[in-house]
Design a protein around this ligand. Structure first.
Ligand SMILES: [Zn+2]
Length: 281
């Protein structure tokens, strides 16, 4: 049953990376440099056209002068629950797929269900011109098929507790890769995703795209304002199961093209509204 759910999840997630895996076997895979690099993605496959012609693409550099404080934005409302998870070598990144019932994020009164999360090294989004060591994408999907991604940026520093818990499983993915298994899956068992959830006093919101082909747009992005830490070893561990061409798997920043990046900031919101209620997040 769990495998069935995971397979369904992978099917649901096709635009995010299994397309890449399939494309690999068909010889039209994308990469992060050279002939298959990001500048070429739009020309590799008719389904990838949006990567070159899309005007609302991700990632972006979140620059101070182009960020607007929006007092109507609400605290990020996430409800995550304990669920079975599987760590997957997703060819272009390391991902964790969740079984049904992992929880939701609510954005503009719309429910998006948590499907999977994966890591990019270095970060895809830049914050005020700075590219960080890693970025976690928590990928959610609404019933209408649209995506909402909640992203966290990481600098090099102390160990990230969730990855510390996952160390053995990540080592196993690496061992499988060394044995030649490029798409290994490692059962993780029950994961309490509440551990991943963090208090969020500041975030940035804009509409963009998937950062891998087919680069589909209408993705709601939430980039958490607090940069967290992971150790250098953890960055290396996240890279270790990946093929050389995917070890650095960050798409370069895309033009903003007049989009507004909005900012939620609890402190400012409270001061303005006098709201002393405890933030549920
Ligand atoms: Zn991603």
């Amino acid at each position: 049953m769990v495998m069935l759910i995971i397979k369904l999840c992978i099917f649901a997630m096709a635009p995010l990376c299994t397309v890449a895996a399939n494309a690999q076997t068909q010889g039209i895979g994308f990469g992060y440099g050279g002939r298959n690099g990001p500048k070429q993605w739009g020309h590799l496959n008719p389904h990838y056209t949006e990567c070159s012609v899309g005007k609302l693409q991700s990632p972006i550099d979140i620059q101070r002068g182009q960020t607007f404080y929006n007092s109507t934005l609400e605290p990020l409302h996430r409800d995550y629950y304990t669920t079975n998870a599987t760590l997957v070598n997703h060819v272009c990144n390391v991902a964790m797929f969740f079984a049904e019932g992992a929880g939701d994020v609510v954005i503009n009164d719309k429910n998006y269900t948590l499907l999977q999360m994966h890591w990019h090294t270095p970060s895809e989004h830049h914050l005020h011109g700075v590219q960080y060591a890693a970025e976690l994408h928590m990928v959610h999907q609404a019933k209408d098929g649209s995506f909402a991604v909640v992203a966290s940026l990481f600098k090099i520093g102390s160990e990230e507790p969730f990855l510390s818990q996952m160390k053995d499983k990540l080592m196993k993915l690496k061992d499988e890769r060394l044995k030649g298994n490029q798409t290994a899956q490692v059962e993780v068992g029950k994961i309490n995703t509440r551990h991943i959830e963090r208090k969020t006093r500041k975030y940035f919101r804009y509409y963009g795209s998937l950062t891998t082909p087919p680069c589909s747009e209408n993705v709601s992005w939430t980039i958490l304002g607090k940069v967290r830490s992971m150790s250098k070893e953890q960055v290396e561990l996240l890279r270790s199961p990946l093929d050389i061409s995917y070890k650095k798997n960050a798409r370069p920043c895309q033009p903003l093209n007049g989009r507004r990046v909005e900012m939620f900031h609890e402190r400012v919101t409270k001061k303005e509204t006098g709201n002393k209620k405890k933030d549920p997040n």
